[in-house]
Design a protein around this ligand. Sequence first.
Ligand code: CP
Length: 316
Amino acid sequence: MKNFINIHDVDDVDALVREAMQCKQNPRADHTLGKNKTLGLIFMNPSLRTRLSTQKAGLNLGMDVMVMNFSGEGWALETEEGVIMNGDKAEHIKEAAAVVGAYCDIIGLRSFPSLKDRELDYKDHVINEFVKYAGVPIISLESATVHPCQSLADVLTIEETKQVERPKVVLTWAPHLRALPQSVGNSFAEWMNRTDYDFVIANPKGYDLSKEFTGKASIIHDPDEAYKGADFIYAKNWSSYEDYGKVLSTDENWMVDERKMELTNHGKFMHCLPVRRNVVVSDGVIDSDSSIVIQEAANREFAAQAVLKQILLGIE
Ligand code: CP
């Protein structure tokens, strides 16, 4: 594997999930693979899980790990080509990417969308500029459009929890006060499209994700209908893709609650975290035995480790 930017970098999803399972069974089995290799983790936005799990994964493989919060700590980055840099941005992304690449053997990068300009956001310009100028493999730690490390951990979690061969998996929009990216929903959808699960997306009208990511999923605008018989309820808020970046609804009928979970087939509750309790999901659901959010978050370490291992094997 050269880079891990999205699902298209993965030839065999099953094999990568199996690799993550092996990492989980014995996290230190390959503790010399990353010896004398440096992993740089660059965050342009906040993180708890991604930062710590990827750092831990690198340490499990014997890598040296450096972490930097660009937002607040780094120079403000100019990302446009050919501009006269006489404003508040002190460094161009071309130099920044190349300099980080000079210090690191692999770079992980998080960069959220603006949610103002859909065309620009969906070019995933920042991460693609790092791919172009860093000169070393790049791992997406959540870009403007996708969050592949999260999605790999999600598939791993479903595989180790499912009770039937072909589970019904429902990605449901849930309310939120703020405008959030579509990246987790997009990414989960495109990874589900690479499985043979029965995959359904439930969201209010006006919140359909881009067809580029939803693929073969059934799109349902009635949560009760979607929840019926589900084995997994994967909740996430996203702002509108159609009316780009807007919050069109905060309808609490879309919150994951005990009544709707009763419609499922003893369904498990998933969320990438962080989650707003009693806005996105009721206390009763997230505190119940059906919630597997901590297992899901813990699996981020092994998903990241499987990806790092594949990339390290490619650069040896
Ligand atoms: N799920 C996830 O990416 O969490 P963080 O934003 O805390 O990294």
